[in-house]
Write a protein of this length. Sequence first.
Length: 297
Amino acid sequence: MTEPIGLPDAPPLGESALPAGTFDGMCVLVTGGGTGLGKAIALEFARLGADLVIASRKEEHVEAGRAAIAELGRRALAVTCDIRQPDDVAAAFDAAEAALGLPGVLVNNAAANFPVPAEDMSPNAWRTVVDITLNGTFFCAREFGRRHLAARTPGSIVNVGASYAWTGGPGFAHSAAAKAGVKNLVETLAVEWGPYGIQVNGLVPGLFPHEDMTTDIQGALGTRSEKDSLQPAMRAGRPRELGWAATFLASPYARFISGHTLVVDGANWQRRTLTMASVVTVRRQMGKGPFDPDERR
Ligand code: NAP
């Protein structure tokens, strides 16, 4: 029998590998926790007893995250915050401490991304994505680290990354470079802050479609057919699977895991083909015409 069957599907939503109450009484701050994968991660922490702080720029996003957590019967605080602004980040931590206590876990999930050939990328697009994804992640980690060092308390950081941190990301030069920085930061901070009780890990999602994906990204995915068969797993990831990985990394059962980046993608990033596929330019993959130097500066 050689027909592919793919990796088995995940257990149903609501199940967990960790004991109930693993995060009872702990405050967890998730940036970008009101949408997509950040929300899925926040909900898994809530299912295990955590109180949540949902931080991002848009009121409607943080409110959606807060409402979803409240539905699970946990306390939740919605804070509007632009992670590019260190003062905003400090204010979000102040609000978190006042309402729910110093977060014991920080999930650096917020990021920005859209596909664009490198030759068409404006300096503003480059700066914006790097500023949110790399600088924002550092500002949040820095705030978390400083507060725990001052309080002499342990903590755990999970930085959400992407596998093109290792491979490069054609069509995503800004995001791939920023995520490479985020992965590197995991390794540096884990060593710097291990002595102070702070564990730092990375978590890399593979293909995890969700309803909040930007139309740009949905469009890029939509140009392919039968997405599942393009993955070695023969299926996409379920957002809860990412939540289970994040809660494990931040749990007492992973205390000796630090400086590690865990890839949850059904081995897609390691895929190589036996025969070489033809090279198709990013422009062509995106259905763009020839490069026009006068079109964008
Ligand atoms: P998403 O739905 O686009 O969420 C991005 C989140 O970041 C939003 O909640 C957004 O909220 C927040 N955000 C953006 N800029 C911000 C800023 N300046 N300050 C504060 N918050 C900001 O993305 P996603 O697909 O769930 O992805 C989540 C993470 O997984 C990202 O780190 C992404 O790179 C990574 N990832 C995802 C996939 C996938 O298949 N989906 C694959 C690989 C990696 P506001 O708009 O309210 O600010």
